[in-house]
Design a protein. Structure first.
Length: 144
């Protein structure tokens, strides 16, 4: 019996960044079936409902919807510690409208930061802890 080689975590992270930048087809290859998100949701919902590749894709789509050109860039390179990966990022996008309560004009450029901590198990991301500066984003959208 042969086993598939475990992907290099740096290659796995590169695919993670491309996923968040809109290549949603990558989710099934890099996210485990039992993938789980841990985060405070901006709408107050339960992040435990974001499960598996399909759940993550739906979550990413919803987050990108008000910002069609949203681009994530690495601010501090990923740190690897065994099965864990952490990274600090910056996201920038042009508001296209549709965010509940937002009074910012479409065309407003929004920038916010965050950090991801990911658990890699069996060559895929299995758990995801997200911290994003939603308060800064909401202020730019004039949604407070």
């Amino acid at each position: 019996m042969t086993t598939a080689p475990t992907p290099d975590p740096k290659i796995l992270f590169d695919a993670w960044l491309r996923l968040w930048n809109g290549d949603l087809s990558l989710a099934a290859d890099i996210v485990s079936d039992d993938f789980r998100l841990h985060s405070h949701m901006i709408d107050g919902g339960d992040s435990g409902s974001v499960r598996g590749a399909d759940g993550l894709v739906a979550y990413i789509r919803a987050g990108r919807a008000p910002f069609p050109d949203l681009e994530f860039a690495v601010e501090v390179p990923p740190l690897f510690d065994g099965a864990y990966l952490s990274v600090r990022w910056t996201a920038t996008g042009t508001y296209g409208g549709g965010f509940p309560g937002a009074e910012a004009a479409p065309g407003t450029v929004v920038t916010f930061t965050g950090s991801d901590t990911l658990l890699i198990r069996d060559g895929r991301f299995a758990e995801y802890w997200l911290n994003a500066d939603a308060l800064h984003m909401l202020r730019q959208l004039k949604a407070l």
